[in-house]
Design a protein around this ligand. Structure first.
Ligand code: AMP
Ligand code: MG
Length: 407
């Protein structure tokens, strides 16, 4: 049995990116750039109006006030998407809409609210400075400039920005192909009847959802009874067709826990089995070539704890992310907690961010088979190895779950 720290470092030491793919923008949300991207056009690509109003020569508006408006001859109008053919001369104005190219000869725009129109003239009630209400060509970025660096995570704004600079496809770190295998004779899916002795398979449901949160969608889901030959076939197929294989159940010491034995026969190299932790002690991690194989304890709360503490960081690292662990803060315990000296604990808990420092309360019903209080909680409270008690009001390490990613 190894420590949590050792196990985490072994997982990360053995996790790498799975190469690079070029994807259209609409497929790249949440993925990480695997290249520096340069602007194919400047933004804006032409000088244009920031407001609805009138394009003018600013010096022609000098000393204009509400009581003493200055009259300019209106010689045309320009819509966004078209452009004015005229060249603006002194004492002239061209009506202009937001986003329309600034006509030649104009250097500023008087906003509509500071004018009124009368007999083919526009009366300007306020002086404008050169460049006022104008968005200049290349103001945000010039053609050929570095737009986004390698390792930028593509959020909706980044995708929009890339579209603006003329990018259609981007090189990103390939999201891993992941297969989940739910093992156990007792498992039925939600469409099947829950007969005596059976349970609904919840691990494939929560793991699939947790993977979606990481930007992995779709995932392959397979099911297998605790049967040596059948499970061997399923595992072998999964390893051949995946970058990461998540096996739920069958990794402990029960008579029908065949996973470890089968993985050995399939030449998966064991990196560790069993971690000094609660929940999730029988966690297994191995590798066959580049393929990562996790044997996850079947109890639903253990399964998710292990996912967030070990598997998610490995997946995010493979996707080129730099922030791969759950955000960590310190919180003040509302109750004294007792633990077994030789194990690290991951208590499911709830954070109260309104107090300073924030307080954390351990959820009721910490059974590793129990999900309800996990569902209502929002953090994992860390109980370090080698201590038997953490006193009320002491500060503890708290890992925020993705659905609680802020204080
Ligand atoms: P195992 O790790 O296979 O020994 O399973 C430990 C406990 O988790 C048992 O009570 C199983 O019935 C339960 N379990 C295993 N797989 C799942 C699953 N996919 N969904 C919900 N519970 C499961
Ligand atoms: Mg089982």
């Amino acid at each position: 049995m190894i420590s949590v720290t050792k196990a985490k470092s072994l997982v990360l030491k053995n996790s790498f990116t799975f190469g690079v793919v070029k994807l259209p923008l609409e497929k790249a949300l949440g993925l990480t750039l695997a290249e520096d991207v340069f602007a194919l056009n400047g933004v804006p690509s032409f000088t244009n109006s920031a407001m609805d109003g009138y394009a003018v020569k600013s010096k022609q508006t000098k000393a204009a006030t509400k009581d003493n408006p200055l009259a300019l001859k209106l010689i045309g109008s320009v819509k966004a998407g078209s452009f004015a053919k005229q060249i603006l001369k002194n004492k002239e104005a061209i009506k202009i809409m937001t986003g329309a190219p600034l006509p030649k000869g104009a250097d500023s725009v008087v906003i509509k609210e500071d004018t009124f129109e009368e007999y083919g003239k526009v009366l300007v009630k306020k002086e404008v400075k050169p460049g006022e209400n104008v968005r200049f060509q290349g103001e945000e970025i010039k053609k050929g400039d570095l737009a986004l660096r390698k390792f930028t995570v593509l959020n909706p704004a980044a995708l929009g920005f890339l579209a603006t600079i003329g990018i259609k496809r981007v090189k990103v770190f390939k999201p891993p192909v992941i297969t989940i295998i739910a093992t156990g004779d007792e498992l039925v899916t939600s469409s099947e009847k829950l007969t005596f002795g059976k349970i609904y398979d919840s691990n494939s449901v929560s793991l699939k959802a947790a993977l979606k949160e990481c930007g992995i969608d779709p995932v392959n889901i397979l099911k297998s009874p605790d049967d040596l030959t059948g499970l061997q076939k399923t595992l072998s197929k999964a390893i051949q067709n995946s970058d990461i294989v998540l096996i739920s159940g069958g990794i402990s010491v029960g008579d029908y826990d065949y996973v470890k034995k089968i993985l050995k026969s399939l030449k998966v190299k064991e990196i560790f089995w069993k971690v000094a932790q609660k929940p999730g002690k029988p966690l297994y991690f191995g590798k066959q070539g580049q393929v990562l194989v996790f044997g996850i304890p079947g109890n639903p709360a253990a399964c998710l704890v292990v996912f967030y503490e070990y598997i998610r960081p490995a997946i995010l690292k493979s996707m080129g992310r730099k922030e791969i662990s759950l955000p960590t803060i310190r919180g003040k315990l509302t109750k004294t907690l007792k633990k077994n000296q030789n194990l690290s604990y991951f208590w499911r808990g709830k954070l109260n961010g309104n107090s300073h420092p924030p307080t954390v309360t351990i959820s009721e019903k910490q059974g590793s088979h129990m999900l309800q209080t996990f569902a209502l909680g929002d953090c994992l409270i860390i109980g370090p190895e080698n201590i038997t008690e953490i006193k009320k009001n002491s500060l503890v390490e708290v890992h925020l779950l993705p659905w609680r990613n802020k204080l």
